[in-house]
Design a protein around this ligand. Structure first.
Ligand SMILES: NC(=O)c1ccc[n+]([C@@H]2O[C@H](COP(=O)([O-])OP(=O)(O)OC[C@H]3O[C@@H](n4cnc5c(N)ncnc54)[C@H](O)[C@@H]3O)[C@@H](O)[C@H]2O)c1
Length: 291
């Protein structure tokens, strides 16, 4: 099966950069979002990043131009899905929203098209069950920011075929990313489960008054050699993203240990979501941390 056209659904923090990776790898790529302004923002952001890559000598101006020529944008899901060979879903982390989308994809995409989900936590069998092609549904989990982070977790469900897994691994390689295949699905996969355990402990210690969040970050960096503290990392990836992940996990397990912490809930309610809103745990002035 030859993959020539990739469709990325959702042009947020993750989707727009995954689409750029795909175009840089030479795939004919379409980026779809329900929100026109998300597509506009995606275009501007990618232009800015690629201009920087040219200035730094990472790519040539010609390569940048030829990659952008492969990338189109649309709000029309039918047009975006109907001739794609491989679809990567990167919409909001809500299982109902993703299931609604997968139903539409089932309707509009070709019968042999593979559906990959970039979800941080939702296992693909939950999405595959609304389609007629469970063997062609897989998790393809990139890390933030996808244009920088060199790792993709590829996760099979019991029904995902070896062929689908192989194609997804091959595409990850073409996107210049190190791909790791997980043989069994588990909510949160590997990296986020390990990270989640660390963040849960960090927030527990803060919420129960053992230390200030800045000092917890400092200890992780100085004593554990982490490049970035757990609170700084929450700000970077979006406090709401982590919150939805915990909510989703809690809904699946019912385990009180998975319940989102009150201080996280408060940040989400106040709209203090991290770098993207200028305030989260820390305050930001154009990409700078104000301690
Ligand atoms: N942010 C991270 O660090 C990170 C890392 C890895 C994976 N993920 C996963 O990637 C996915 C997207 O996360 P994000 O941080 O890019 O979110 P985001 O909120 O930045 O972007 C989501 C985008 O999806 C669009 N959207 C919502 N419903 C849609 C629909 N039905 N059809 C088309 N577009 C739709 C929204 O308009 C928005 O532009 C989530 O599943 C998340 O778990 C996030």
């Amino acid at each position: 099966m030859e993959i020539t056209k990739i469709c990325v659904v959702g042009a947020g923090q993750m989707g727009h950069q995954i689409a750029m990776l795909s175009a840089l790898a030479g795939f004919n790529t379409i980026l779809q979002d329900v929100n026109e302004s998300a597509l506009e923002k995606a275009k501007c952001n990618l232009q800015e990043i690629m201009d920087k890559w040219v200035t730094k000598g990472k790519i040539t101006e010609e390569f940048k131009e030829s990659s952008f020529a492969l990338l189109t944008f649309s709000t029309d899901i039918k047009r975006a899905a109907n001739d794609a060979d491989f679809i990567i879903e990167a919409i909001v982390e809500k299982v109902e929203a993703k299931q609604e989308l997968f139903k539409l994809l089932e309707e509009y995409a070709k019968p042999d098209t593979i559906f990959a989900s970039n979800s941080s936590t939702i296992v693909n069998s939950l999405l595959a069950k609304v389609t007629n092609r469970p063997e062609k549904v897989i998790n393809m989990h990139f890390f933030f920011p996808p244009l920088v982070m060199d790792c993709v977790e590829v996760v099979k469900s019991e029904q995902t075929s070896e062929h689908t897994a192989q194609i997804t691994m091959d595409i990850s390689k073409k996107l210049n990313r190190t791909a790791v295949l997980l043989h069994k699905e588990i909510s949160g996969f590997i990296a986020n489960r390990i990270l989640g355990a660390l963040q849960r402990e960090a927030v527990y210690l803060y919420e129960n008054g053992y230390a200030d969040f800045k000092d917890i970050d400092l200890i992780c960096k100085k004593a554990l050699h982490h490049p970035i503290g757990p609170f700084e990392l929450m700000d970077l990836s979006g406090i709401d993203v982590g919150y939805f992940v915990m909510q989703q996990r809690y809904a699946e397990t019912g385990d009180i240990a998975d319940k989102p912490f009150r201080c996280i809930e408060e940040k989400v309610e106040q709209g203090h979501l991290g770098r993207k809103t200028g305030k989260g745990w820390y305050e930001y002035k154009k990409y700078e941390v104000k301690n």
